[in-house]
Design a protein. Structure first.
Length: 70
């Protein structure tokens, strides 16, 4: 099981995957918006999205868990 974590604080602008979807390493999972910049957050391992911990519009802090991959 791998946790995808926010690399910086920001708002969840777009979720690019859904629960149950298979993802590959380095595939974008979420795009954060911070200081009018879009920051993609990628999966760190191959697998399937077990759970999304956030919703579009949520605010996350650095280190918050965004998704769980198994």
């Amino acid at each position: 099981m791998t946790e995808v974590k926010a690399s910086m604080a920001g708002s969840v602008w777009k979720i690019t995957v859904s629960e149950g979807e298979k993802v590959s390493s380095d595939q974008d999972v979420v795009i954060l918006e911070s200081m009018k910049m879009e920051i993609p957050i990628a999966a760190e391992a191959d697998g399937a999205i077990k759970e999304l911990k956030i919703a579009e519009g949520d605010f996350v802090n650095e280190g918050d868990i965004i998704a769980i991959i198994e």
